[in-house]
Write a protein that binds this ligand. Structure first.
Ligand SMILES: [Fe+2]
Length: 246
């Protein structure tokens, strides 16, 4: 099975379309979307509609999807994120709110030993940002490969009961063959708001037969996404951070 894996799209249609175009020649058996379709950016309708077209799919919710569809209040958000979520609530119609509300909570198991989570399997709002965090997840769950998002940082932890390694890169294309005796925790990076100082949109392709992982970045029309944010209007900082990848 060949999977296209997308996370943290954050209402950035320019970024999503650029990635879909760059992988357009490839065929996928399944689409995996790790949550945060909306929030921060100014194109929630377009992103939800585009994601729904990607079939067959497994799509789980993220923390912004919960606040933007009023499952949660956003009390734990900073002011800029909360204002963007409340703006998103205003522009979403009933159908799209219903879609977001019905997105399942992670973790979800799919395929053979594969798992998907937004933040971490034990808590969808938890940020995996260290080897200690990753070790806890490897100890607590049985997956062979778990894909996660939320931190917006592209990279992969791997574990063989002795060593826990972490590989990340800001290259526009990197990847490797997964070793059969290791387990993996893989973050494809963020489609719509990368935070590792490379502003290009990120995604991952995983071939479960070949056990090959490919991380891909695409340049996109950042100015257009920024202009939409300013016109919405959403906070200026949401536009600025797109061009520095933070
Ligand atoms: Fe996110």
């Amino acid at each position: 099975m060949r999977y296209l894996i997308l996370a943290d799209l954050h209402s950035n249609i320019e970024a999503l379309d650029a990635l879909l175009e760059i992988v357009g020649e490839e065929e996928f058996d399944h689409y995996l979307i790790l949550g945060d379709l909306v929030g921060y950016g100014a194109s929630p309708l377009e992103v939800i509609d585009r994601v729904r077209e990607l079939q067959p799919q497994t799509c789980i919710r993220g923390n912004h999807d919960k606040v933007c569809s009023s499952i949660e209040t956003g009390d734990n958000f900073n002011l800029v994120a909360r204002e963007a979520a409340y703006w998103t609530r205003k522009v979403l119609d009933e159908d799209r709110i219903h879609y977001l509300k019905e997105l399942p909570k992670g973790p979800i198991e799919f395929g053979d030993g594969l798992m998907a989570a937004h933040g971490a399997p034990h808590d969808e709002d938890f940020y995996i940002t260290s080897r200690k965090d990753a070790y806890h997840v490897f100890q607590s769950y049985e997956f062979r490969v778990c894909f996660y998002g939320h931190s917006h940082i592209n990279g992969a932890y791997s574990y063989d009961r002795k060593n826990l390694d972490y590989l990340s890169s800001t290259a526009n294309l990197w990847g490797y063959y997964l070793e059969p005796d290791r387990r993996y925790l893989i973050n494809p990076g963020s489609v719509g708001q990368p935070r590792d100082r490379n502003p290009h949109a990120c995604c991952a392709v995983y071939d479960s037969e070949q056990r090959h992982l490919k991380m891909i970045r695409a340049q996109y029309d950042i100015k257009s996404a920024q202009q939409r944010i300013c016109n919405a209007p959403l906070h200026q900082s949401l536009a600025t951070r797109l061009e520095i990848g933070s």
